[in-house]
Design a binder for this molecule. Structure first.
Ligand code: NDP
Length: 286
């Protein structure tokens, strides 16, 4: 079999950022400086790292960031007020509420208060509904990043038998809808699995394209994939061996035609697509 292609999300994300940098320069020449508001609550170390990565990526392409860092015990009304302030600020084009939130806050309820026109995470009911309808405005960044990665590597999606393991709100569910859209970047035949799927092994073996987003390190083993499969691992798990995905990379990779590494696969694409959505939001304002 041919050598496995490693899908280098870090490099492709760099390409995406470079394209976006040009767009930002054009926007600035029209007097528009794209601006992202990041609302974050508390000091959970992973969230601090994610927010720092997003800020850095924005700065690299000339997108301004305004951070609203609220205390761990902030009451829900204060979060709503912050979001409302961002909704009403015409210089802010995109708003994200960094998840997860402390237990006393209802993430879905708070996300719902973001103006869908500024919801660059694509998580409001309006934006998820538009995706399901086939008329997306902002698509959640991780699924969008997975599709962008496949497209930039010229890996066909249309007509493929896709198995997604994980029906989470951030990855599995929106990705299934994205791959079902009509057109070249969709038109897939999609099966979605979860923790109650009987005989996960057999379902995964049927995949030409296998996407995994479960948060279970090493869930996908070599006996679960057929030779020549394309494997996308969205998992991010912090272990004593560092960050690992949901796929047993060392054993699965030799059977795959192409596979994403963790880290350096889907993660960087997620940040790049958040930038793309923010630039799109600023373009809409012109
Ligand atoms: P959720 O916890 O919302 O969903 C996890 C899904 O995995 C659920 O549908 C669950 O099933 C399923 N699952 C859990 N165990 C098994 C199992 N043994 N067999 C089959 N299915 C199983 O997670 P998210 O969607 O938010 O995230 C998933 C992963 O993706 C995490 O590792 C997260 O860190 C990562 N992630 C990565 C991002 C990136 O930028 N690369 C961005 C966002 C998330 P059930 O519904 O039945 O409980």
């Amino acid at each position: 079999m041919e050598k496995t292609l490693i899908l280098d999300g870090k490099n492709i994300a760099r390409e995406v950022r470079s394209d976006l940098k040009t767009k930002v320069a054009q926007l600035k020449s029209h007097g528009v400086v794209p601006k992202l508001a990041i609302v974050m609550v508390g000091n959970a170390p992973p969230s601090l790292i994610y927010v720092a990565n997003k800020e850095k990526a924005c700065q690299q392409i000339g997108v301004e960031v305004e951070k609203f860092h609220l205390a761990e015990d902030v009451p829900p009304e204060a979060v709503r007020e912050t979001i409302s302030l961002c909704n009403n600020d015409k210089n802010i084009h995109g708003i994200i509420l960094q998840l997860p939130l402390p237990g006393h806050l209802d993430g879905n309820e708070l996300i719902e208060t973001i103006n869908p026109g500024k919801d660059v995470d694509g998580l409001t009911t309006t934006n998820l509904g538009r995706l399901v309808r086939g008329n997306p405005l902002y698509v959640p960044a991780t699924p969008a990043g997975i599709v962008e990665l496949l497209v930039r590597y010229s890996i066909p999606i249309a007509g493929k038998r896709v198995v997604i393991v994980g029906r989470g709100e951030l990855v599995g569910k929106p990705l299934a809808n994205l791959l079902l859209l009509k057109g070249n970047k969709g038109d897939a035949t999609v099966t979605v699995c979860h923790s109650r799927t009987p005989d996960l092994v057999a379902v995964c073996q049927s995949a030409e394209l296998l996407v995994v987003a479960t948060g279970r390190p090493g869930l996908i083993k070599e006996n679960m994939v057929k030779p020549g499969v394309v494997v996308i691992d969205a998992g991010i798990n912090r272990t004593e061996n560092g960050i690992v995905g949901d796929v047993d990379f060392d054993r699965v990779a030799p059977r795959a035609m192409a596979i994403t590494p963790v880290p350096g696969g889907v993660g960087p694409m997620t940040v790049a697509m958040l930038l793309a959505n923010t630039v799109q939001a600023a373009e809409r304002a012109v």
